[in-house]
Design a protein around this ligand. Structure first.
Ligand code: 3UK
Length: 538
């Protein structure tokens, strides 16, 4: 590997042992990287150098930044980090903010200065922040002033955190004030392509957070794979969406991918379905990234706003039910691009574009990646057989000092924890998380398949199908259902929903128990928290 630019080698020293790394493959010409690579230069400065500094780069309510303006602001903040905050290459810098332009500028500043960006979800509280800070030995933090309270609280138990500055604030000590006095130019730290650039903590719903480490070249690699081959947006596109930049789905979709092609990103803080829909209309967005439930919630309102410029809609984070795909298509005419990605792989690796999309199917490996389904003996399973999804590509899992590395990587494959099958057309079909498969009276039942049927029933707004302990069957298939009209709840509707499932799929999969709920527990990234659904029943 080429010589590191990091003076602080903490993260590099905490990489997993080589024998536990996944195999990395670079099967496309665009995946040949120079030995020295700072991804901020590639994503941002490159466009200014090419004479495109005047093109719009970041938009937000009441604001447009050109490529040159974002570059200048990040250069100035990079000086703040180095001069005022004493940042050394390789130091970890925590970023805490909703999606807004200053968050993007700070992210670039950290990367330009050779720091390692550790972005965190806005909803994290002091306890979770302190776990992340301790694990990554974070020394510096840049925080939106409106979210500083929890970080100040966390700091009391975080001796490694030496320097903290706030932005989106006008005080004399704010990042903006300090930055205003700095030069517009900054000499980017000449990082190796294989230097660590971000640590992304998994949005995992159970257990201690895992930090996944990604190199400068990894951030470029994901831009050259799925966006180039499947999304196929162009420089006139306007990207928008809901996932936080701290979630790699959002980092890619709302910052890296638009900038990689010289397009424009709209960053909005309020992303509840009706707000996102209004913002799509207001900014004339053409490419939208959000979660399946968000499309489902936006669909009934789609007729009330002007969406004529919207042309590409991306769904990830959890399985896209066929009913949601059909509903969105009916209301907007747009075929959703579904894709499975993970924090470990950095972004999407199996997907289908608009022309190849089919209900209930994720798609095929994205160019640059190979995938297969493994049986219980670790061999490739034949078509139609359910097994564990395994993938390799230019990116892959490298946990920061974590024994769970050996659970994710087997024989060079990244094993995501998802149960999948490959169908007769070679398409990958999601079944369930491996540990969410329901085993009832000897049958294997995938909750999401039953959910997919229930979502097609006109009375159902949202649902979750899980296995609950049962003395006779081991587990009993249980559906938690949120109704469009709560008053419709009752025995008659329970029976109607059960019959509806029995008529659509094998009858043994029908939910023997149906429980009506006002809402379902979800993460900040739109994922259903199945373990909470199960626990809350008792
Ligand atoms: C599930 C999906 C079916 C699946 C992510 C796009 O979600 C992302 O990363 P996470 O680490 O979670 C990974 C897990 O989420 N999942 C994600 N997308 C799909 N299941 N169909 C899908 N389309 O269980 C996977 O193992 O939070 C998604 C890009 C970047 C990401 N980090």
């Amino acid at each position: 590997m080429d010589e590191t630019a990091h003076l602080d080698t903490f993260a590099r020293d905490k990489l997993p042992p080589r024998e536990l790394w996944p195999e990395f493959i670079f099967p496309l010409p665009e995946l040949r990287f120079p030995p020295r690579l700072n991804c901020a230069a590639w994503l941002l400065d490159r466009h200014v150098e090419a004479g495109n500094g005047g093109r719009p780069c970041i938009r937000a309510p009441g604001l447009v930044w050109t490529y040159a303006e974002l570059m200048h602001q990040s250069n100035r903040i990079a000086h703040v980090l180095v001069q005022d905050m004493g940042l050394a290459p390789g130091n970890r810098v925590l970023l805490r903010s909703a999606n807004n332009p200053m968050m993007a500028a700070c992210w670039f500043a950290v990367i330009k200065a050779g720091g390692i960006a550790v972005a965190t979800m806005p909803l994290l509280r002091a306890k979770e922040l302190s776990e992340v800070i301790a694990k990554a030995e974070v020394s510096h933090a840049l925080c939106d002033a409106r979210l500083a309270g929890e970080l100040h609280a966390a700091r009391r138990v975080c001796p490694t955190l030496r320097e903290l500055r706030c932005f989106n604030s006008s005080g004399p000590d704010s990042v903006e004030s300090l930055a205003a006095a700095k030069p517009l130019t900054f000499v980017n730290v000449d990082t190796a392509a294989g230097d660590i650039c971000i640590i992304a903590f998994t949005s995992g719903t159970t257990g201690k957070p895992k930090g996944t480490m990604h190199f400068h070249r990894d951030l470029v690699a994901i831009c050259e794979c799925w966006p180039r081959h499947t999304l196929r947006a162009n420089r006139d596109d306007v990207f928008i969406g809901s996932p936080p930049l701290a979630f790699t789905f959002g980092l890619g979709g709302l910052l890296l991918f638009p900038l990689a092609i010289g397009a424009c990103a709209v960053l909005v803080e309020k992303t509840a379905p009706e707000m996102l829909l209004a913002a799509i209309a207001e900014f004339g967005a053409t490419v939208c990234f959000t979660a399946p439930t968000s499309y489902r919630a936006m669909a009934p309102l789609a007729g009330t706003v002007e969406l004529s410029r919207l042309r590409k809609c991306v769904s990830a984070g959890e399985a896209l039910p066929a009913a949601t795909r059909a509903l969105w298509k009916e209301r907007t005419g747009i075929e959703i691009i579904d894709g499975i990605g993970t924090t470990e792989m950095l972004h999407i690796f199996i997907s289908a574009d608009e022309a190849h999309a089919r209900g209930g199917v994720t798609g095929k490996p994205v160019p640059g990646y190979v995938a297969c389904v493994l049986d219980d003996d670790g061999r490739e399973a034949p078509p139609g057989k359910v097994g564990r999804l395994a993938v390799k590509g230019p990116t892959g899992c490298r946990y920061l000092a974590d024994e769970r590395q050996a659970q994710y990587v087997h024989d060079g494959w990244n094993v995501t924890g998802d149960a999948y099958l490959v169908d007769a057309q070679g398409d990958f079909v999601f079944q369930a998380r491996t540990d969410d498969m329901i085993i009832s009276a000897g049958y294997n039942i995938a909750g999401p398949e039953v959910e997919g049927v229930l979502l097609a029933h006109p009375a159902v707004a949202e649902c979750a199908v899980v296995g609950l302990p049962d003395p006779e069957r081991g587990q009993v298939v249980t559906a938690f259902v949120v109704l469009k009209e709560p008053a419709a709840a009752g025995d008659a509707l329970v029976k109607a929903l059960q019959d509806f499932v029995k008529q659509s799929i094998a009858p043994y999969k029908y939910p023997r128990r149906v429980v009506f709920r006002a809402s379902l527990p979800r993460t900040e990234t739109g994922k259903l928290q199945r373990f909470r659904v199960r626990e809350e029943d008792h």
